[in-house]
Design a protein around this ligand. Structure first.
Ligand SMILES: CC(=O)N[C@H]1[C@@H](OP(=O)(O)OP(=O)(O)OC[C@H]2O[C@@H](n3ccc(=O)[nH]c3=O)[C@H](O)[C@@H]2O)O[C@H](CO)[C@@H](O)[C@@H]1O[C@H](C)C(=O)N[C@@H](C)C(=O)N[C@H](CCC(=O)O)C(=O)O
Ligand SMILES: Nc1ncnc2c1ncn2[C@@H]1O[C@H](COP(=O)(O)OP(=O)(O)OP(=O)(O)O)[C@@H](O)[C@H]1O
Ligand SMILES: N[C@H](CCC[C@H](N)C(=O)O)C(=O)O
Length: 494
C-alpha cells in the first residue's frame, strides 16, 4: 500500500518526503521495524516514540508519522498528525483492509465479567455453527486455534492484524473484551462494532483514570462509537440495568437499539428463581425472549449477570433460545474463574481472578453461601496498580472471611510489604481478633491456608486466576495458583 493512500484515513497537518512510497508493514515499536515499514512515533507514558525514529530508520523504516515536527533523512516520508495513537489505529485498520467491517463484532466492556461474558457468547456462537474469533485476557482464539496474549485488548496495529487474520480464515463473528485502557488509548478506534455489552462499573484502575467519572467516560466511548453512523446496520447495546451507571451508558448509545438485563430492576431480560450451589447456579430467564430455565456449571450471582448479558446479546443477534440454552448449560467454566482444585480433600479450594473490590466481594459472598464451615481467604493486590483499592479489598476480605492469609499478588516494582501495609489499613477492624497472617511469599501462604482448612471449609485463593506467572520486579517467574494449591494438597495427603 502507498503511504499517501494510507494517509487518507487520518487528518494530516503537514507532510514531506516521497509520499508515494510503498509500505510493507506498520508498527509503533522501533524494535519491530522491518525494511519498508511505516513507524508511528507514539508519545507514551514512559518514552517519547519520536526518540526512536533514528533507530526505526536504521532498521529500514521508509515513512514516519508523529504528532510533533521531526527530522528524517530526505528519502524517508513523514507526516504530522494531532494524535499519533489515534492515527496508528485508523491507519492500521486501513492497512489491513478494515477487517472489522467483514465480520460481526461484539465488544464487551465493564470492570468485571468481560472474560466470562465473552467466553459465554463465543460458546453460543460456536454452538450456532458460526466460525468464532475471541480477543481477551486469557488468550486470543481464531476458530479452535489459541494465541498467546500480552494485553486484554491488543494495541491497535496488533488488533487489526489479528482481525485481518480472522477475516482471512473466514471468521464470521469476533467477540472481544474491550478494556478501558484500550478505549482511552484509541486501540479500538479502527473497529466498527455491531453489538456492545456493558457488564458493570466499579472501582479499579484509578492509577490510570484520574477518577470514576473519567473511567466511566472511557467505558461510554464504546457505546458512542457504536452509535456513530457506519457501514453496519442493526447495531445494538446490551446493558446491565442493575448497575448504577446503566443510564450513562444508555445515554452514550443514543440512537442505537438497547436491550437491558438485570435481576433487581424491570429489565428486558431478567432472572428468576435463582439457586446458587457449589455445583453451579440454576435460574429461569424471563422477558423479551420468553421463559428459559437454565442449569449452569458455573456458579455465583455474578455469573447470573454474566449469563444474562450473554443470553441477551445472543438472542438479540437472532440465535434461537434452544441453541443458547444448550451452549450455556454445556459451558464448563472459564479457567481461573471460581475454578475448583480437587485432590479428593474434604474441603473446597477455589482459585479465582478477583482483583477488584467488587470482584472480591462477589466471589467471597458466593463462597460464603456454599460453605458449611469456615472461609479462609488468600489474597494480595497487584503492585504498580490502583493503590486506593487495596484497603477496600482488605475490608471486604475481612468482612467475609473467618481467616485471611494476606500475601503478594504481582508485586511488580513495589516492595511486597508496602502493598500489604496498604491492605492492612482496611483490616484494622479485625486486627484485634488476630484473624489474619501476613505471609508475603504466595506459595507459603497457599500452603498455610491448605494446612489450616478443616472438613467443610472453603479456601479461596484470589487475584491471579489463570495467570501462570508472578511478576516480581520486572521479572516474570513461573507461578500458578492452581498447581501451587494442588501441590500443597498433595503434600498434606502425603
Ligand atoms: C498504561 C498502558 O496501557 N500503557 C501502554 C502504553 O505504554 P506507554 O505509553 O507507557 O509506552 P512507552 O513505554 O512510553 O513507549 C512509547 C512508545 O515508544 C515505543 N518505543 C519504546 C521503546 C523502544 O525502544 N522503541 C519504541 O519504539 C513504544 O513501542 C511506544 O509505542 O503503550 C504500550 C504500547 O502499546 C503498551 O504496551 C502499554 O501497556 C502496558 C504494558 C500495560 O501494562 N498496560 C495495561 C495496564 C493494560 O493495558 N491493561 C488493560 C487491561 C486492564 C483491565 O481491564 O484489567 C489491557 O487492555 O490489557
Ligand atoms: N459480573 C461480575 N460482577 C462482579 N464480579 C465479577 C463478575 N464476573 C466475574 N467477576 C469476578 O471478577 C473476576 C474476573 O472476572 P472476569 O475475568 O470475567 O472479568 P474481566 O472483566 O475479564 O477482568 P479483567 O479484564 O481484569 O481480566 C472473577 O474471577 C470474579 O471473581
Ligand atoms: N488486567 C489487570 C489484571 C490484574 C491482575 C492482578 N493479578 C494484578 O496483577 O494486579 C491489570 O493489569 O490491572
Amino acid at each position: 500500500m502507498l503511504f499517501q493512500e494510507l494517509l487518507k484515513s487520518v487528518e494530516v497537518h503537514a507532510a514531506d518526503g516521497p509520499q508515494n512510497t510503498v509500505l510493507t508493514g506498520i508498527t509503533y515499536d522501533s524494535r519491530k521495524v522491518e525494511p519498508g515499514f511505516l513507524f508511528v512515533a507514539v508519545q507514551g507514558f514512559k518514552h517519547d516514540g519520536a526518540e526512536y525514529i533514528p533507530q526505526a530508520v536504521e532498521k529500514g523504516a521508509v515513512a514516519v508519522v508523529a504528532q510533533k515536527a521531526v527530522t528524517v533523512p530526505p528519502n524517508v516520508a513523514w507526516a504530522l498528525v494531532a494524535d499519533s495513537r489515534q492515527a496508528l489505529a485508523l491507519m492500521s485498520a486501513s492497512f489491513y483492509g478494515n477487517p472489522s467491517t467483514n465480520m460481526r463484532m461484539v465488544g464487551v466492556t465493564g470492570t468485571n465479567g468481560k472474560t466470562t461474558t465473552t467466553n459465554l457468547i463465543a460458546s453460543v456462537l460456536d454452538e450456532a455453527g458460526r466460525k468464532t474469533g475471541l480477543v481477551g485476557t486469557i488468550h486470543n482464539r481464531i476458530g479452535a486455534r489459541k494465541l498467546v496474549v500480552s494485553h486484554t485488548t491488543p494495541e491497535s496495529t496488533d488488533l487489526q492484524e489479528l482481525l485481518h487474520e480472522m477475516a482471512t480464515e473466514q471468521v464470521s463473528d469476533c467477540v472481544m473484551e474491550v478494556s478501558s485502557h484500550a478505549l482511552a488509548l484509541h486501540r479500538v478506534d479502527g473497529c466498527e462494532f455491531d453489538t456492545a455489552v456493558f457488564t458493570n462499573l466499579t472501582q479499579d484502575h484509578l492509577d490510570f483514570h484520574p477518577d470514576m467519572q473519567s473511567y466511566l467516560e472511557a467505558k461510554q466511548a464504546l457505546f458512542r462509537k457504536l452509535a456513530e453512523p457506519g457501514a453496519k446496520r442493526g447495531k445494538c447495546a446490551v446493558v446491565n440495568a442493575d448497575d448504577a451507571y446503566a443510564g450513562s451508558i444508555i445515554e452514550a448509545a443514543a440512537g442505537v437499539e438497547v436491550y437491558t438485563y438485570g435481576i433487581k430492576t424491570s429489565a428486558d431480560v431478567r432472572a428468576e428463581d435463582i439457586d446458587v450451589s457449589a455445583r453451579g447456579v440454576s435460574f429461569t430467564v424471563t422477558g423479551k425472549w420468553g421463559r428459559c430455565p437454565l442449569d449452569l456449571r458455573i456458579t455465583g450471582l455474578f455469573n447470573v449477570y454474566n449469563t444474562l448479558a450473554a443470553f441477551t446479546a445472543c438472542a438479540a443477534m437472532g440465535i434461537p433460545v434452544e441453541v443458547i440454552k444448550k451452549a450455556l448449560e454445556g459451558m464448563p467454566g472459564v479457567p481461573g474463574r471460581f475454578e475448583l482444585v480437587d485432590a479428593g480433600q474434604d474441603f473446597a479450594v477455589i482459585v479465582d481472578y478477583a482483583h477488584t473490590p467488587d470482584g472480591l466481594e462477589n466471589v467471597l459472598k458466593t463462597a460464603r453461601e456454599i460453605t458449611t464451615g469456615k472461609l479462609i481467604t488468600v489474597f494480595g493486590c497487584g503492585g504498580d496498580r490502583d493503590r486506593t483499592k487495596r484497603p477496600l479489598m482488605g475490608r471486604i476480605a475481612a468482612g467475609y472471611s473467618d481467616y485471611m492469609l494476606v500475601t503478594s499478588d504481582n508485586p511488580r516494582t513495589e516492595a511486597p510489604l508496602d502493598i500489604i501495609r496498604d491492605i492492612e489499613k482496611g483490616l484494622e477492624p479485625v486486627a484485634e481478633n488476630n484473624s489474619y497472617t501476613v505471609e508475603p511469599d504466595r506459595r507459603r501462604a497457599i500452603q498455610l491456608a491448605v494446612r489450616m482448612a478443616q472438613k467443610g471449609d472453603v479456601v479461596v485463593i484470589a487475584g491471579k486466576g489463570h495467570e501462570d506467572y508472578q511478576i516480581i520486579g520486572t521479572q516474570k517467574y513461573p507461578f500458578d495458583d492452581r498447581s501451587e494449591a494442588a501441590a500443597a494438597l498433595g503434600a498434606l495427603q502425603a
